[in-house]
Design a protein around this ligand. Structure first.
Ligand code: GLN
Length: 450
């Protein structure tokens, strides 16, 4: 009990948890002791995890870091957390995040910024832990939890992992059930693990994944034994380096890191091939139409009646109650996304924006399919920069969106992709490299990450 209380206390200066649940972790640890005595240990017996506050947890407040869900206590368990608990894991707490998973720095949370455990030497400016899974990345990087759940719609597992020097994998769309995960953009949302290394990610991903009849896009496939099959041997693998990811203005140290990563995989036996993904530069604009469009539809359910917050001004009618609740409950970035989403879906603009973005999405998916003719995996930087300071980009949404340039294309195509720590920048901050794989090739991605 002392260790778990100390762990959640250590997370407070980072503001990593929205809700602390050390007793849940303690109960799992006690069960692990009984399992050990009985010889029935499970893959995650007693492991205390952090759970992003986007996963509904039975009997524990789930907020998506929004005021509109404050006080919402689900009566059901998300499939992913149910799977982790069935494998023996416990929960240290519900982790802070960007509100409704919209953001790249954890600054859109209604519960305050998460502070990265990293600092620039000689500089006290607090750094962003990345987002939207910023509580997850901070808690794992600070060694408060050995692993955490994240979700990734356009990079929210991979970019925070890169910013904090940990590993994180977004599996193929459909591997992890979305049931009980608060929806952002349903055609893109995927859960995945964040942990210290690739092996821990493989163990956690195995426990999280699997077919779920309650999610209509769940893949009805067995879960491979990823961890047991891990191999650092890349002989016979062709690793593609996409030309279009050499974007203008990319810092020289990111280029250098990428070159070093290419040398690593070459040393491990891989053959390097240059590939082209010609529609890459349209990925961000397409994503920032599709994701808000889906979000505006998904977030229509927060009406002040069914969940959490209700603002009922004196003498207010139903419409006034909706308006007052949504104005008070949603943060600025969430309101921006709802406005963009409803605009691009409106009758007069639907074809110009939404239909066009869907066509671009198909072209991006086709780029990847064509690349798989000449390579088995792709290697790219995870993000175009190291962690930036809190506040540095928060006034400029476009600058913030540009940080997703390398993670969004594989999200639009539903591909498995992982970020692994690959070095430090000149100031000693961690940098990540991304491995992208064919649909269902989590094994290839994990092996290259190793
Ligand atoms: N930064 C991206 C966004 O704000 C991705 C978020 C995510 O993957 N959940 O939409």
């Amino acid at each position: 009990a002392e260790a778990f209380n100390a762990a959640v206390a250590a997370a407070r200066p980072l503001n990593a948890f929205i809700t602390e649940t050390p007793d849940h972790a303690l109960a799992a640890a006690a069960q692990a002791d009984r399992d050990r005595a009985a010889g029935t240990l499970r893959p995650l017996s007693g492991v205390p995890l952090g759970i992003k506050d986007l996963f509904c947890t039975r009997g524990t407040q789930t907020t998506a870091a929004s005021r509109i869900l404050e006080g919402f206590t689900p009566t059901y368990e998300s499939t992913v957390t149910a799977n982790l608990f069935a494998a023996g894991a416990g929960m240290l707490g519900k982790l802070n995040m960007d509100q409704f998973a919209m953001g790249s720095s954890n600054e859109t949370s209604a519960f305050g910024n998460v502070i990265s455990p990293w600092r620039r030497p000689g500089d006290t400016a607090p750094l962003a832990p990345g987002g939207s899974s910023g509580g997850s990345s901070a808690a794992v990087a600070a060694r408060i939890a050995p692993g955490a759940t994240g979700t990734d719609t356009g990079g929210s597992i991979r970019q925070p992992a890169a910013f904090t020097g940990i590993s994180g994998i977004k599996p193929t769309y459909g591997r992890c059930s979305r049931w009980g995960v608060v929806a952002f953009a349903s055609s893109l949302d995927q859960a995945g693990p964040m942990a210290r290394d690739v092996r821990d990610c493989a163990i956690l991903l195995e426990a999280m994944s699997g077919f779920d009849a309650k999610d209509s896009t769940s893949l009805d496939l067995p879960v491979p034994a990823w961890e047991r099959s891990l191999s650092p041997d890349l002989r016979g693998k062709r690793i593609g380096v996409p030309r279009e990811y050499r974007v203008d203005g990319m810092p020289a140290e990111i280029e250098a890191l990428w070159e070093q990563g290419i040398a690593f995989v070459r040393d491990a036996g891989a053959e390097i091939v240059e590939v082209s993904l010609p529609h890459t530069r349209y990925a961000l604009p397409a994503y920032y139409i599709i994701a808000p469009a889906e979000a505006s539809s998904n977030l229509a359910r927060y009406d002040g009646v069914r969940y959490g917050l209700r603002e009922l001004p004196d003498g207010a009618g139903l419409q006034d109650m909706y308006a007052a609740t949504r104005a008070a409950g949603f943060g600025a970035e969430v309101r921006r996304r709802i406005l963009i989403g409803t605009y691009v879906l409106s009758a007069g603009f639907y074809d110009a924006y939404y239909t066009q973005a869907q066509k671009v999405r198909a072209l991006i998916a086709r780029d990847f399919e064509q690349a798989w003719a000449t390579c088995d995996l792709l290697l790219t930087p995870t993000a175009p920069s190291a962690a930036f300071a809190l506040g540095e980009k928060s006034a400029d949404p476009i600058a913030m969106y540009l940080n997703d340039v390398f993670t969004v294309p594989s999200s639009l195509a539903g591909l498995p992709a992982m970020s692994v720590p690959a070095g430090l920048d000149a100031q000693g901050l961690p940098l990540g490299l991304q491995v992208i794989g064919r649909p269902l090739d989590e094994q290839g991605v994990l092996d290259a990450g190793l």
